[in-house]
Structure formats: C-alpha cells, structure tokens
Design a binder for this molecule. Sequence first.
Ligand code: SAM
Length: 276
Amino acid sequence: MPVVRNASTAAPAGQSAHSYVIAYTCMSNVRDWDGATYDRISGPMEGLGREVLARLELHGDELVLDAGCGSGRITQALIERLPRGRVIAVDQSASMVDAAKQRLGPAADIRVVDLLELELEEPVDAILSTATFHWIADHASLFGRLRAALRPGGRLVAQCGGEGNITVLRGKVTPLLSREPYAEYFRDWRPPWNYAAPGQTRERLLSAGFTSAECWLAPAPREPEHPREFLSTIVLGPHVQQLPRELQEKFMDEVLEMLGEPVVVDYVRLNIDALA
Ligand SMILES: C[S@@+](CC[C@H](N)C(=O)[O-])C[C@H]1O[C@@H](n2cnc3c(N)ncnc32)[C@H](O)[C@@H]1O
C-alpha cells in the first residue's frame, strides 16, 4: 500500500508527486523492492554494474546467469554481449522481476528465485552478479549454490558492497537513530547488510568448491542525481522502512540537511572473479 506523503513536502522538481510516492511503497522488509522505482533511479548502480560486466570475457554463445537481476538494466547489457547465447535472470523480488520482464520481454528467461535456494535444470557457463550479495547474510550457502549452478571451468564475476561500504554516510546518519522521535524504532535494530572482506570471501569461495578466487575492494564514491529517492529507496531503505510512515519524510529531511550538498555515497565495492 502506498505511503501517504507529508502534504507540506513538495515532490522534487521534475517529478510528479505520484512517482515520488512510489519510492516509499513496498518497504515492509529489507528485501522488498519496488522494481519500477528502482529501474528509474538506479543509474549509479548501472554504472557500477557495467564495469563488472566488462570484466566478464564472453564469446557470445554462452549461457549466463544474472544472479539478483533487479529491474534488468545490467541484464539488458549482458544480453547484448550474447548474440548467440542465452541469459537466465533470477531475483527474489517479484516486483523487480516484473520490472525486468517489462524491460526485457522474452529476451531473457526471468524467474523469481531466492539465490539461497537456487537450482537450475542445466549448468551455466558463467554467473554475473551486481549489487546483490551484501543483501544475503549466508555467503557460504550462497557460494555453494552458485558453484553447483556452474559447469566445471565456469566463471563467477561479481560485485557487491564490501568491507567499509558507506561507512562515512552511516557514521553521519547513526547519531540520528538514537534521537527523538526515532530512537524507539531503532532500539533493537541491526544493520541488515553483509559487507564482507576480500580474504574471508576468498576462503568461502574456495570452501564452496571454486578452484580459484580473486577478491578485492575498490572505493567507488557516487553522487546520485536524485539523492532523496536514491537514499530512501536504496542506501537508507532499511532505515526508512524501520520507521512509521508519518516519520519517514521527516527523517529524510533531517538526513539530507545533515549531509549537506553534494550528497556523496561512499561506496566501497567487493569484487569477485572466481573459477569453478
Ligand atoms: C540493489 S539490487 C541490484 C539489482 C541489479 N543487479 C543491479 O545491479 O542494478 C539488489 C537485488 O538483489 C536482490 N536479492 C537480494 N537478496 C536476494 C536473494 N536471496 N535471492 C535473489 N535475489 C536477491 C533484490 O531483490 C534486489 O533486486
């Protein structure tokens, strides 16, 4: 059910109040995404994702899995690299999968699947994953599932938030969580992200049966074009959804005032290149 905006707060220039409201829908838990909104505002994620895709060597005839495809922006770029190949795109969120189906039509086999329960009927040549693994707590199980989906010699090329991701941003926002009127909603709150380190990730990949694994961190700060929506929907979505609707706008007002301009999201990405 859509959130009712605070009537005293206008939609940002160039956006209708309706489109702005959508950013706050479907936030009952951290894994509940609004695919249409994500598709519209995820330009910074697409930029990062395209760099990851560029690392994946392809002949053009492979079968590739996009693990956590979201609304399909990167899936679309992947399909363009596979003129004689095929793409299976999976995501846990039905809303994201709907948006990806709208964007891609029959160009990919798109499915609602929890990666922790992934089972494909045929082995894939490669797996691409962008901005997804840090939403999954159990990396050991995740990597086991991905390894099982790959043919021997197949490749995993991935990027997600890594150790140190958004530390500066969170450092600025965290004091707000213990202030009124927000404190009672964050008393038992634990940050939901799994920002893993390269060393432990490499060990987990090898334990899951990958024969080699290279993992490294890279800072990737971004200045989102629509900071309010980008923060409330993606980066601080878990914070916003923790609050009752009548406090969400106020919280974002205070966050934005505190951050000042320009808003910089201090992304630190964990890159993974592994061989099955
Ligand atoms: C930030 S979006 C990234 C989407 C896309 N890969 C991109 O780069 O724009 C994170 C995605 O991970 C998906 N996700 C999180 N946990 C998942 C899980 N256990 N299984 C499948 N997808 C998951 C979410 O539903 C969401 O679509």
